[in-house]
Design a protein around this ligand. Structure first.
Ligand code: ZN
Length: 173
């Protein structure tokens, strides 16, 4: 990331799309899933959306990005998504980053970094591998604070609920 003029000017649309990805993340939260959301954009238009739902779907691959990529491929009638950009609230994992490369995605924009499973530089840097034949452009840190705050609130609420349940158990004994 740099703070050149062109980057500053491109902030507005990317924030608009990241806000839509955050809306998707809220759907995940409502279902008790870790709140991560994604949208796929083509020619400045959102063509597909997805939110994290591995628990409810009994599907370890049902990350927000995969759900959104599948929906976008369906919409375009193409297993590849050239010229498409994916906006996601959290740094993609290895699986999702791999899927984006298979989709020939033009660009991925993420919000918060993920020090545990991030594959855009936090744990590994899949997109920096010279040997891979397709290169997806990566941009991180868009609305990172908002994206990270939603995850923090979610885990804090979950810890509080677990603590309350333990207190309830203790009181019942
Ligand atoms: Zn993932």
């Amino acid at each position: 990331m740099s703070d050149t003029m062109s980057d500053a000017m491109s902030d507005a649309p990317s924030e608009q799309f990241m806000r839509q990805a955050l809306e998707q993340a809220k759907h995940a939260w409502d279902l008790g899933e870790v709140p991560v959301g994604a949208v796929v954009v083509k020619d400045g238009v959102v063509i597909a959306r997805g939110y994290n739902q591995p628990i409810g779907k009994h599907d370890p691959t049902a990350h927000a990005e995969i759900v959104a990529l599948r929906a976008a491929a369906e919409v375009l009638g193409n297993y590849r998504l050239p010229g498409c950009e994916l906006y996601v609230t959290l740094e993609p994992c290895v699986m999702c980053s791999g899927a984006m490369m298979h989709a020939r995605l033009a660009k991925v924009v993420y919000g918060a970094t993920d020090p545990k499973t991030g594959a855009c530089g936090s744990v590994v840097d899949l997109f920096g591998q010279e040997q891979l034949n397709h290169h997806t452009e990566v941009s991180g840190g868009v609305m990172a604070e908002e994206c990270g705050a939603m995850l923090k609130r979610f885990f804090a609420a979950r810890r509080a609920a677990a603590a309350a349940a333990r207190r309830g158990d203790a009181a019942a004994e």
